[in-house]
Design a protein around this ligand. Structure first.
Ligand SMILES: [Zn+2]
Length: 150
C-alpha cells in the first residue's frame, strides 16, 4: 500500500481516538505499528501514570510559534527530540522528527511510517496530554541549534 494511502487511513483512526475509544483505537493502531513502537509512544504520553502524588512532568510540549505553526518537543528517555507536524494541506509533507530512529526507519529503510515520538505527539494531541508553551523565534532557533550539535 502506498504510504500516502496508509497515512490517510491512519489519520482516520487517530481522528476517532478519544479517551473513551482508546482501547479500540489501539487495536487498530497495531495494524500500522509494531508493538514496541506503539508501547514506546504510549510510554511517552503516560509515563507518570500510577504516581498521582507526584507533580506531573510534561513529556510532550507544544510550542506556539509566533508564525502560528505549532512545533512539539518530546522528552525521550535519553534525549529530547523536536517533532514537526505534517502540513495538512500538502499530502506528501508528513511529520518529521529529529531522532535517529526517524532518519533510519522512516527515511532510509522506509520500514516505518513514523517514529514513536511522532505517534506519541499525535496521541497526546488527541488525548489532550500536551503542555502548551509560547515560544519566541529566538528561543526556537536556539532549541534547534541544540539539536544540531548532537
Ligand atoms: Zn522520533
Amino acid at each position: 500500500m502506498a504510504s500516502a494511502e496508509l497515512t490517510t487511513i491512519l489519520n482516520q483512526v487517530l481522528e476517532g481516538l478519544t479517551a473513551d475509544t482508546i482501547d479500540e483505537s489501539l487495536e487498530k493502531l497495531r495494524f500500522f505499528f509494531p508493538e514496541t513502537l506503539l508501547l514506546g509512544a504510549l510510554d511517552l504520553i503516560d509515563r507518570d501514570s500510577g504516581k498521582p502524588s507526584t507533580i506531573r512532568i510534561p513529556y510532550i510540549i507544544l510550542y506556539k510559534t509566533p508564525w502560528g505553526r505549532p512545533q512539539y518537543e518530546v522528552l525521550g528517555s535519553t534525549a529530547t527530540y523536536i517533532v514537526f507536524p505534517g502540513l495538512p494541506s500538502v499530502a506528501t509533507a508528513t511529520a518529521y522528527c529529529t531522532c535517529p530512529a526517524y532518519a533510519y526507519s522512516v527515511l532510509l529503510s522506509e520500514t516505518q511510517i513514523m517514529c514513536k515520538h511522532i505517534l506519541a505527539t499525535l496521541l497526546a494531541l488527541r488525548l489532550s496530554r500536551c503542555v502548551e508553551r509560547p515560544v519566541t523565534a529566538d528561543e526556537l532557533a536556539s532549541m534547534i541549534a541544540r539539536q544540531c550539535k548532537v
